[in-house]
Design a binder for this molecule. Structure first.
Ligand code: F6R
Length: 610
């Protein structure tokens, strides 16, 4: 995890680095630092804490220099502290590095370097990189970095500067994202595009194994075997405004409110309402292969995994193809059984950079499987390595808690299910028409839910001081409950669990008391009565029950303490609606508990380490 930036040009580098780091805080925010080439030597200023703390430290010091690198950290090796913050230097400050990733063999390398006289001052894995570069330096920084990374096992996006070669920053990538922004007489380096977008839209997106020499008026990129790469310029066509708060108090709330347009954008040009068909023009998987599929794996992490759980219900119902949903961190190590001819692996990842998801994808490809990616970031690692991509058009998601990306991932699941169902003719024309019409109604229905936000705020008022909360549901409602529970715990720190409603009596019911409110998601018509019985079970144990359902189930009012109504739609599409009040509940509860909504403790937006 972590975010890195770099600048070389004619302007003062420090403010540019800080501005870039602010855009990368979603990648980590437990410490931060910058290094600047100030005349003949390198100044390093770093601190534990947020960027604000770094700015305080820089106040009055104003380090000068028109070349520098910077870092915002999410600790992996070594607790957050001043000394463990990046940039890290070798023995005598001549070689300074910022790094995102993990050096897996750092203990071995540290031992080797120590035996050769290197003295370490931090507990980090990154510090070995600075010492390695120093060790291999023989008058050519590029060569030294190349040799250093050849000894490293693990992942890295790294920028290196040295006062021995004052005209360049060398950067290198393996399994952690890195972009170079191309300016006029200046260049920018960053983990992600928003960090450089105020300066340039022309970028090079580095690939695994590439190493770049970034100079004021030249960027040269070499591949792993040392040959110069003729890199295509990637032009960014979305603007910075899209990644700003736009009047909302928090990114999360803004992103919740952006869901109607995000859904519209993800559906755009994909629903042919004349013929009532789904058209995924970007798909490059052959129809015959898709028709022959007998199993689909969906692999993802966190919220994206929860989207996969909905995907399982949707795809199985629409296509009758069995779907297995797996956590990428489990799948990658469990030796999955894949038939490359008849199985498809789908990965879902908002960022397209999640380390476990990427590893799962590589493993699948290594076994000969085709991989279809659902991602929100054009040019991300996942998008580049997949055989085919369905983009979600949610726009940049900044809040750590995923909302609009999740809902557009669900949209992608429906589109994908319909696409296969069309090919295999597993749905009738009437069924397809109903679902397509239903999908078209979703944006305005989500909008209608957002207009009821004060009602959710009242519910949050009732439950926010509780320490435990249960979410229950069956089928698709259960999958939504799982997402609701994750949202609540990650930003409000209330202990929340989601249970399949029918499973409660096998143990969990013992925990239900008047102090454990229960959010019951109950929309699926065929199992309504079943879930209602489970609601009665928790009511009988004095739980305060809030139901999320539709108006036609109004009789539920006599069974529960509160009801939140979402608009009616097709059974299968209900998750697109029921998740919205759960997102709002998490938001308001976190706000009322005084939590940092956009940057919850211990978390980061993009998990680029295992
Ligand atoms: C939770 C959340 C995370 C991410 C997970 C995967 O709100 O956002 O659980 O869903 O880290 O991230 P991506 O989708 O970028 O692979």
């Amino acid at each position: 995890m972590c975010g890195i930036v770099g600048y070389i040009g004619t302007q003062q580098a420090c403010p540019i680095l800080i501005e870039g780091l602010k855009k990368l805080e979603y990648r980590g925010y437990d410490s931060a630092g910058v290094a600047l080439l100030n005349g003949g030597y390198i100044d390093i200023i770093k601190t534990v804490g947020r960027l604000y703390d770094l700015e305080q430290k820089l106040d009055g010091v104003s380090p000068e220099g028109s070349m520098g690198i910077g870092h915002t950290r999410w600790a992996t090796h070594g607790r957050p502290s001043d000394v463990n913050s990046h940039p890290h230097k070798a023995c005598d400050s001549d070689f300074v590095v910022v790094h995102n990733g993990i050096v897996e063999n750092y203990l071995e390398l540290k031992g080797w370097l120590t035996a050769r006289g290197h003295v370490f001052c931090s507990e980090t894995d990154t510090e070995v990189l600075a010492h390695l570069v120093e060790n291999y330096y023989q008058g050519d920084l590029l060569e030294a970095v190349r040799k250093a990374v050849s000894k490293v096992e693990g992942s890295y996006a790294m920028a290196v500067m040295s006062d021995r070669e004052k005209d360049k920053i060398v950067c290198v990538r393996k399994e952690s994202p890195l972009v170079i922004g191309l300016g006029n007489g200046e260049q920018f380096i960053a983990s992600d595009i928003p960090a450089i977008l105020n300066h340039t839209r022309e970028t090079y997106i580095m690939d695994d194994g590439e190493i770049a020499v970034v100079q004021i008026d030249d960027v040269s990129i070499y591949n792993g075997s040392g040959s110069k790469v003729n890199k295509q310029v990637f032009k960014v066509n979305w603007d910075q405004q899209a990644a700003e708060k736009g009047g909302f108090e928090h990114f999360m709330l803004k992103e919740i409110y952006e869901q109607p347009p995000a859904i519209k954008d993800t559906l755009k040009d994909r629903l042919n309402v004349l013929d009532y068909k789904v058209e995924l023009k970007e798909l490059s998987l052959e129809n015959q292969y898709l028709k022959n599929l007998n199993k689909i794996f969906i692999v993802a992490c966190g919220t994206a995994y929860h989207a996969g759980l909905i995907g399982k219900h949707v795809i199985e119902k629409m296509t009758r193809i069995p779907v297995e949903v797996e956590l990428a961190s489990e799948y990658r190590y469990r030796d999955p059984i894949i038939d490359p001819e008849k199985n498809l692996v789908m990965v879902i990842s908002q960022s397209g950079e999640t380390a476990d998801t990427l590893a799962a994808m590589k493993l699948s490809k290594g076994m000969g499987a085709k991989v279809l990616a659902v991602t929100n970031v054009v040019g991300s690692s996942v998008s580049r390595e997949a055989d085919s991509v369905i983009y979600t058009w949610a726009g940049p998601e900044i809040a750590v808690a995923s909302t609009k990306a999740y809902i557009t991932q669900l949209v992608a699941m429906y589109l994908w299910g319909l696409h296969i169902a069309q090919l295999k003719e597993t749905l009738s024309r009437d069924q397809v028409t109903k679902i397509i019409d239903g999908l078209r109604r979703i944006p305005s229905q989500v909008q209608a839910i957002l207009e009821q936000a004060p009602k959710v705020e009242n519910i949050a008022e009732t439950v926010h001081q509780k320490e435990d909360l249960f979410f229950i549901g069956r089928g698709l409602d259960y999958a939504v409950a799982q997402e609701g529970s994750l949202k609540l715990k990650e930003i409000s720190y209330i202990h929340a669990e989601a249970y399949a409603a029918g499973e409660l009596k096998h143990g969990t019911l013992a925990l239900v008391t008047e102090d454990t409110p229960v959010m019951a998601v109950i929309t699926q018509k065929d199992i309504y009565e079943k879930t209602l019985s489970n609601i009665k079970e928790v009511k009988a144990r004095d739980a305060y029950v809030i139901a999320v359902t539709v108006k036609s189930n109004q009789s539920i009012e006599s069974e529960v303490d509160e009801v939140f109504y979402v608009p009616e739609n097709e059974n299968i599409l209900m998750p697109l609606l029921t998740v919205v009040p759960l997102q709002l509940l998490a938001y308001y509860a976190a706000l009322m508990r005084g939590c940092d909504v956009d940057k919850p403790r211990n978390l980061a937006k993009s998990v680029t380490v295992e």
